[in-house]
Design a protein around this ligand. Structure first.
Ligand SMILES: Nc1nc2c(ncn2[C@@H]2O[C@H](COP(=O)(O)OP(=O)(O)OP(=O)(O)O)[C@@H](O)[C@H]2O)c(=O)[nH]1
Ligand SMILES: [Mg+2]
Length: 216
């Protein structure tokens, strides 16, 4: 019984994901799904990206949180359109929710939509949103064992942002171990070391984003 219910939920999600993919392709819109633990710095990265790429990349953001619209307010303050989804307890965004939010955004005037998923390294990676790429954010204070402990999430992404690199000097974090573990799980993934607080390495991220657009 339990298995068939799960299958139904996933089937519904898959149908909505397919519709989102078609919607995005029809508008030549890139869409990146950001996945991480709570507090890794997703909103800080996005707000800085919006401000720094003003005039170079037209960005919209879909924010997923269990409660509050704090993150969408931060994105709007940085200068981009943002739609908040409050999941009211659900640990991930669904493709249906993202489909609804895409319809609220001024997509005709955008190049890319970022989806900031609910902070969680487990559930979001199991749900296809119809996105064109995935970004996993890992921050230094979370510890260097996270890729090994949450292999599914790190195995299914295009880029890993190692954020809060400014804290590396203060904490026992074996960067070599993390780089090796990510490479073993996902040899294709690009790994970038950044600090959304200080700006260190952010240009590497912007280059990755802008190159992606050129290739599309
Ligand atoms: N030192 C340092 N702090 C950072 C950096 N990036 C973000 N922070 C801080 O980390 C905390 C969490 O940042 P958020 O951007 O809210 O993280 P988030 O992943 O969006 O959090 P949730 O949406 O709650 O999952 C804030 O206090 C930020 O100021 C960084 O590069 N270095
Ligand atoms: Mg956030």
């Amino acid at each position: 019984m339990k298995i068939s219910l799960n299958t139904k939920i996933l089937d519904k999600n898959e149908q909505a994901a397919k519709q989102n993919r078609e919607f995005l392709a029809g508008r030549k819109l890139d869409c990146l799904n950001l996945i991480s633990s709570p507090g890794s710095g997703k909103t800080t990265i996005l707000a800085r990206t919006v401000a720094d790429l003003k005039g170079k990349l037209r960005i919209g953001v879909i924010e997923g949180d269990i409660k509050t619209d704090h993150d969408s307010q931060r994105i709007r303050a940085a200068g981009a359109a943002a739609i908040q989804i409050e999941t009211e307890g659900a640990c991930h965004l669904s493709a249906q929710q993202v489909g609804w939010a895409l319809n609220q955004l001024p997509t005709a005037d955008l190049d890319i939509v970022f989806v900031e998923n609910v902070g969680n390294l487990v559930c979001p990676s199991a749900f296809d949103l119809g996105e064109s790429g995935r970004v996993v954010v890992l921050s230094i204070p979370e510890g260097d064992d996270k890729p090994a402990k949450y292999p599914g999430t790190f195995a299914q992404c295009d880029v890993v942002l190692i954020n809060k690199i400014d804290l590396l000097v203060h904490l026992a974090f074996n960067l070599d171990r993390v780089l090796t573990d990510i490479h073993t799980l996902n040899p294709q993934a690009k790994v970038l070391q950044i600090s959304a607080a200080t700006g260190q390495g952010m240009q590497l991220w912007y280059d990755w984003l802008l190159n992606r657009r050129k290739k599309a």
